[in-house]
Write a protein that binds this ligand. Sequence first.
Ligand SMILES: [Zn+2]
Length: 128
Amino acid sequence: MSRHPGPTRAQHLAVRILGRTAHHLTTTNPTPMTDGQRTHALNTAMDHVLHDEPSKFRRSAARRLALMAMPPIAGTTAEYADRLRAVAEAPVCCGRPMRSSDGQYVCGNCGAWVDPGVSGRSLVGSEC
Ligand SMILES: [Zn+2]
């Protein structure tokens, strides 16, 4: 089912999940990032953020958006948390966060780009 583009409540929830996951990863001293740590932090964040969301549809949509936005595992937990926060602040294009590249955000799907200095919009904001 596809609805009109524009920011959705699921995107708001996904942003909160990403921020919460980043927060969870920085509550302890930095260690090398692992798949297990990411899964644990993400599940904890999802439980916390989606606890009060009554719509099953929105819960699963927010989970999917957050998972899609997860950066590949690399570096330490602290570095990973920084990348998560950057993703949470990135503009959305083609229904997913744009990637940060050479000081600009680039859409991996359509190739559109924005200068972060110009666009103050984020995952909860713009859509192409
Ligand atoms: Zn795009």
